[in-house]
Design a binder for this molecule. Structure first.
Ligand SMILES: [Fe+2]
Length: 294
């Protein structure tokens, strides 16, 4: 088994798990330090863990639902802890979002009208997508409380929190994303997984200046960076791991690297098996150049 070299002094460069990452590992193993894999992937296809014979892996996660009102089950938390320990991930990168919501009892009874199977109407609704929370003090309090509960099950593996993409003004919000990130990181014993593309998407959709907003978040707490693409549909910028990162993401990366040397940087081009390998290689090279120049 091969394990991630934390605190090596050199930023490790990785790819998010997917067909393009596996193809890149075959063609350019010397340029790839690790592959980042989601807990949800390993839970459903545990054989993916065998990849660790070839390359170190970092555990990503979207199941803790840290910003939500419905906690994950004890079984889910213990499964995350078990996988984290076995793969000796340097940390667990979790979304600063929620993926579980209160039961939709009425909708469910309609939905299951012809379904004779057993059904517990109190089951939480699994959104199957991480959703950006209301940006408010109440959400900050909730994240702090949820993280404390999750930690009791997750053992000694550190947690990083990854900023979500924001697609609209969330009702009840009282602060911009930059302030929300700063407040959460200030109150939680967690490092920041800064997804530059999520941050750019948020700024585009809320009319904010991304380079100015970057200065408002605690860059010294960044442990890992994500780089991926975005696409604009009907005037809204959307997360898109099938598209290459725009030039502004690299400019933002340069700014961040003036303030911090992250332990890891993951390029997330994992949504399409047809992602062009020459562009992937070019962007991996570009990122390495920026890291070496910083
Ligand atoms: Fe990300």
């Amino acid at each position: 088994m091969r394990f991630f070299e934390a605190d090596s002094g050199r930023t490790q460069l990785g790819l998010a798990y997917g067909p393009s990452a596996l193809a890149y590992l075959d063609s350019h193993p010397e340029h790839l330090d690790y592959i980042e894999v989601p807990f949800e992937q390993l839970r459903h296809t545990p054989e993916v863990a065998a990849l660790q014979e070839r390359i170190p892996m970092i555990l990503h996660c979207a199941s803790v639902s840290v910003a939500g009102t419905v906690p994950p089950t004890r079984i889910t938390l213990e499964a995350i802890a078990d996988i984290a320990e076995r793969m000796r991930t340097p940390w667990i990168g979790e979304h600063l979002a929620f993926v579980s919501a209160e039961s939709l009892e009425d909708d469910r009874s309609d939905m299951h009208h012809n379904d004779p199977g057993p059904h517990d109407p109190s089951d939480p609704t699994q959104l199957t997508y991480t959703v950006c929370p209301q940006l408010s003090e109440a959400s900050v309090d909730r994240v702090v409380a949820n993280l404390a509960v999750a930690r009791a099950h997750l053992g000694a593996t550190p947690l990083l929190l990854e900023n979500s993409p924001q697609y609209f003004e969330i009702p009840g919000s009282t602060m911009p994303m930059s302030e929300f990130i700063a407040a959460v990181i200030d109150r939680c014993d967690a490092g920041l997984l800064l997804d530059l593309s999520h941050f750019l998407i948020t700024c585009i959709n809320t009319g904010a200046d991304p380079l100015r907003e970057l200065r408002r978040i605690p860059l010294h707490r960044v442990v890992e960076i994500h780089v991926s693409g975005l696409s604009v549909q009907s005037g809204i910028a959307w997360d898109d791991h099938a598209a290459p990162a725009p030039p502004l993401v690299f400019e933002m990366l340069q700014r961040v690297l003036r303030e911090v040397r992250p332990q890891a940087l993951t390029v997330e081009y994992n949504w399409s098996a047809a992602f062009p390998q020459p562009i992937l290689h070019q962007h991996m090279q570009r990122v390495r150049e920026l890291l070496d120049a910083a």
